[in-house]
Design a protein around this ligand. Structure first.
Ligand SMILES: NC(=O)c1ccc[n+]([C@@H]2O[C@H](COP(=O)([O-])OP(=O)(O)OC[C@H]3O[C@@H](n4cnc5c(N)ncnc54)[C@H](O)[C@@H]3O)[C@@H](O)[C@H]2O)c1
Length: 244
């Protein structure tokens, strides 16, 4: 990241990535143009693609990286409408590879390339179904539990060697492609909104929280799962959710 102060705001230089198959939807190209960010396609399950991604990113940014965000989730069983009690375990393995093991793969490539600057920050997005039961979240619950564990375990190694921190942000339900793929998502979104004293955290608020965790203001925060959910995770019952 290169940063400078422009009109009182800090600016940084980033690269963007997504799976090669996702490139055809075009949205990332618009974002890349807006942010003047180079787009480097990579399948996050491929070590070769990840090696290329971080080599090219360092070339594009002119040095090592200050921060990396993992924002990947996809369940084959959810996509194909399989119930939790009737899962296809080959698909489950693929789900884990895409949604969780990709985080370990990403960090292992960053580690071996020595691609992170000291005091850098690595983040992944997760969901409270890793700790509590949300039946329709299906095998993604175990995916997120695995993801959060990788953050803790790799956080030890990155912290010790490079003072790099590794955390996960546990975000409120958010209206996105993956989010709205979950059965009954709209009803659940409204329920979580009512349960949370601050209401659901928006996508923009999540982005702001990521920026804070990338900043030097959070240098001593590592190996944490941080709830960004308007208070949902601490509530037991909210009369508002029962329309009382
Ligand atoms: N939307 C929510 O309600 C919510 C809540 C909490 C956490 N999250 C998490 O936020 C993150 C982002 O999800 P989202 O809601 O923006 O959904 P999304 O579907 O828009 O994003 C998921 C992204 O993963 C990419 N992807 C899938 N397979 C890939 C692969 N093999 N290699 C590289 N990229 C791949 C997809 O192309 C997509 O851009 C996920 O980790 C998700 O679990 C979402």
């Amino acid at each position: 990241m290169e940063s400078s102060r422009t009109r009182g705001r800090r600016r940084c230089k980033i690269t963007l990535t997504n799976a090669p198959v996702a490139m055809r939807f075009g949205e990332i190209n618009k974002l890349g143009e807006k942010l003047h960010a180079e787009i480097i396609p990579a399948d996050a399950t491929s070590m070769d693609d990840l090696a290329n991604l971080f080599t090219k990113s360092q070339e594009a940014l002119g040095g090592k990286l200050d921060f990396v965000l993992h924002s990947i989730g996809m369940s084959l069983n959810v996509r194909k409408g399989k119930e939790y009690t009737d899962l296809n375990h080959e698909w489950m393995l693929k789900t884990f590879d895409i949604s969780s093991i990709s985080f370990h793969k990403m960090m292992q490539v960053l580690w071996k390339q020595e691609a992170m600057n000291d005091w850098g920050s690595i983040l992944a997005l997760t969901y409270i179904a890793a700790q509590r039961v949300f039946p329709d979240y299906n095998e993604m619950a175990e995916s997120k539990a695995l993801l959060e564990s990788f953050a803790r375990s790799f956080g030890y190694h990155f912290g010790t060697r490079n003072k790099v921190r590794v955390n996960t942000i546990s975000q409120s339900p958010t209206m996105t492609t993956a989010g709205s793929g979950v059965k009954g998502f709209t009803e659940f979104f409204d329920y979580a909104d009512k349960m949370s004293p601050l209401g659901n955290a928006s996508a923009e608020a999540c982005a702001n929280y990521c920026v804070m965790l990338f900043s030097d203001l959070t240098r001593s925060v590592t190996m944490q799962n941080l709830y960004h959910d308007g208070g949902f995770s601490t509530m037991g019952m909210n009369p508002a959710a029962l329309n009382l």
